[in-house]
Design a protein around this ligand. Structure first.
Ligand code: FRU
Length: 457
């Protein structure tokens, strides 16, 4: 029996579509005082011919739902991509002094029913930030390739032009353009230097400053990857010379932006001061069976990203959720929870565990173990009979070594059916769904730790 829709699991802080299915965040762009979020979308709560969903926000928590931005056409489904604000009208799509938002996406054409496909890149523009017109010269990057997708456009400071990074099977490719319509290849990265299995998807490339030095970070989602729990986004640090990325060889094993089970295909916004990422907070292995009824899947809370020089792990990406408009200071707290949305701060040293439990005896556990690893365990957290993989320990329990010793602080956000945990200044993040049959209403602690509850403001 399907348990889809057994109770209302819809999160409040995490973005969900009004109804239907979403996967990857697309076209993240800040323009005219608004954050635009697009997403891979199908009107039924299951994957299908892809559209782009669209919503805007001024605070990254409250979203206004807008009409679907892009629908499938004769070039195919509208697969993942990005958007930029073309303030100098380099594309010529601007009009009457109004600068356009330009979306670049993959046109995915199925050639038969056996998975044979051709993927090319197309663009569309908008002058009002709501309605998009596809360029009549599409595709702007024609190809016959099956895996050639997810263009992420960025401003190239070395050549004063646009650049795009695209996933091409087992490597990424870079192209440059002056007008977003004509593209020329400038370089490649991979497969050398990669330590993870899976098809390369959803790349992103951006600079961050650490210790006064600029480093470029390449994000890559590794598709269809059982070895790495199904949904993992890898990252590399290195340099960009305006043509291609060179990895600095800091890592000798795959390093991921999130250790949880539900953060995939994350990319960052164009046009913000702070570098902000949104990820798809679900996992391809079981997403389509999750018991949420009329909608399927959600996004992570947008997170700021930094590079931190850690005592035990060298340079590491660190994440900070942008939830400050929702949670205020700490309130006195006797271990009882009255809401299905809450944030806990846990300070501890050595091993300690925090257990959230409900009246059905279901519990979600997180903390630090006696090998100084941060961990989460959702194995007994709630309903898991909707999918055989979700029910496996492989998709329920995970522990990762910390990059720090001794004292620690965990920030833990719970939102109906999705958890986000950050430890050690966000240098370890764990994002995971869980579907308790009744709300968690109790917090218990073992070991040397103290829990504080934040008030909802
Ligand atoms: C990643 C992905 C992308 C593709 C999209 C299709 O999750 O497979 O590579 O563009 O989803 O929906």
């Amino acid at each position: 029996m399907s348990t889809k829709g057994i109770r209302d699991f819809r999160p409040e802080l995490h973005f969900t579509p009004k109804s239907g299915w979403i996967n990857d965040p697309n076209g993240l762009v800040y323009a005219d005082g608004k954050y635009h979020l697009f997403a891979q979308y199908y009107p039924e709560p299951q994957w299908g011919p892809m559209h782009w969903y669209h919503a805007t926000s001024t605070d990254l928590i409250h979203w206004e739902h807008l009409p679907v931005a892009l629908e499938p056409d004769e070039l195919g489904f509208i697969f993942s991509g990005s958007a930029v604000y073309d303030k100098d009208n380099t594309s010529g799509f601007g009009k009457d002094g109004k600068a356009p938002i330009i979306a670049m996406y993959t046109s995915h054409l199925n050639l038969d029913n056996s998975g044979l496909a051709k993927e090319q890149q197309s663009i569309a523009y908008s002058l009002d930030g709501v309605h998009f017109t596809k360029y009549e010269g599409n595709p702007v990057l024609p190809s016959d390739r099956k895996d050639f997708r997810d263009p992420k456009v960025f401003r190239n400071p070395f050549k004063d032009c646009w650049s795009v990074v695209l996933a091409a099977g087992d490597h990424v490719e870079f192209y440059a353009s002056q007008d977003l319509k004509h593209w020329e290849k400038t370089g490649e990265f991979g497969p050398e230097g990669n330590y993870s299995q899976g098809v390369w998807e959803c790349p992103d490339l951006f600079p961050l400053v650490v210790n006064g030095e600029e480093k470029w970070v390449l994000l890559l989602s590794m598709g269809g990857n059982e070895e790495n729990h199904g949904a993992r986004t890898q990252y590399f640090t290195g340099s960009f010379d305006g043509n291609s990325f060179t990895c600095d060889g800091q890592f000798t094993q795959p390093e991921f932006i999130d250790a949880g089970f539900d953060n995939y295909a994350g990319v960052t916004f164009f046009g913000t001061q702070e570098r902000l990422l949104v990820g798809w907070a679900c996992n391809w292995v079981y997403a389509h069976k999750t018991p949420t009824g009329e909608y399927c899947c959600q996004m992570t809370i947008p997170r700021a990203v930094k590079l931190i020089d850690t005592p035990k792990g060298g340079l590491r990406l660190a994440w900070e959720p942008k939830d400050s408009t929702v949670f205020g200071g700490t309130e006195s707290f006797d271990g009882t929870l009255y809401s299905e949305v809450f944030k806990l701060t846990v300070t501890g040293s050595g091993a300690a565990a925090v257990t959230l439990s409900n009246d059905k005896g279901q519990s979600f556990v997180f903390g630090v173990d006696d090998e100084n690893r941060a961990y989460i365990d959702r194995a007994k957290g709630g309903a898991n009979d909707f999918d055989e993989n979700f029910a496996r320990d492989w998709y329920s329990q995970i522990a990762e070594p910390r990059f720090y010793d001794d004292e620690w602080e965990i920030e833990f956000i719970f939102d109906h059916s999705i958890t986000e945990m950050f430890i050690d200044y966000g240098t370890r993040a764990f994002t995971s769904t869980v579907y308790p049959d009744t709300p968690y209403n109790k917090v218990t602690v073992s070991g040397n730790a103290e829990v504080k509850l934040h008030s909802l403001s």
